[in-house]
Write a protein that binds this ligand. Sequence first.
Ligand code: SF4
Length: 367
Amino acid sequence: MDRMPQAFQNIRRKILSSERLTFEDGIELFRSTDILSIGALAQQARESMHGRRVFYASNLHLNYTNICTTRCEFCAFSRDAGAPDAYALALEEIESRVREAVEQHGINEVHIVGGHNPALGLDYYVAMIERIRRVGPSLFIKAFSATEIEDLARRSGLTVTAVLETLKRAGLDGLPGGGAEIFDPPMRQKICPEKISGETWLEVHRTAHRLGLKSNATMLYGHGETDEARVAHLLKLRELQDETRGFSAFVPLACIGSQAFLSSKSLKSGADLFTSGYLDLKILSISRLLLDNIPHIKIHWIATGLKFAQAALSFGADDLGGTNLGENVMRAAGSRSPRDLSSEDLVRCIRSAGFEPCFVDSSYQMS
Ligand code: SF4
């Protein structure tokens, strides 16, 4: 080990004896440059949970509106109402996209996220879920990040609980993990000053879990955040998971935001500005090691590229996500990953990396 070998040995001993890692252990791992040793430990943890299995879905992304009043600094997807390329999808269009994806691609899941659009009321969201449920009675409907739920509740004059109960009755199965960004208040203030706090994000997920809705969790990195902020973020997720057991997967998200954000002078003093393959692997592996109670670590191949995602399967990731038909958010941020992959493409990708593909939806029930 490159630095503090004794500390690393101690971490290795803890992992081998299933002892929980501390905040200080997390910092040690981030300060190390030995990603092969960290990756080997993460892979050991991943294989003890899932063997050589890699999970994947056939899914459609629906980004129903890009109009957003929150306008986070890093977001290349959102637009002001009235912008030439601002849009909100009609319910008929949503239904027809889902129908086509079911009939032509055999999807088993829809993933729905969009902006905070004041023109869309709760009735629109409920009708969207009901229509999708009618088209695909067995589809797993994973919809609306915690920030959208909170925005909708506030605009509707309802509690988060009431909104989630209403959407669940309409057919909602779970929540995606977006909007967590980084919980550290000063850093959050810098990259998304208008967004709900980290505590509120956690509270929305706590409520969803209490209502029996599973969810994912995320962390946005590569925008100048510190190692301390990363470890604290991961441990907050672990703490909530101890309480609710409602998180299915953690999805680390590298910041590939808008050009204006990435060239912002105010961010250039931060460490690890811009992500790298090295940082991506390290975050994946350390997440696997610290999040000992979250079953799955997902690599978002649209952000990282497919070849990198294959390598990530040997650094702690066990979930390749889905075919991601129709994804627009990462595309807007500059992703050049291939479009319109089929399930067979993902199977080939998993097998050629030496793993065993398992077709699931976000419930992780194998079909
Ligand atoms: S990240 Fe979400 S909340 Fe923030 S500006 Fe983009 S769409 Fe709006």
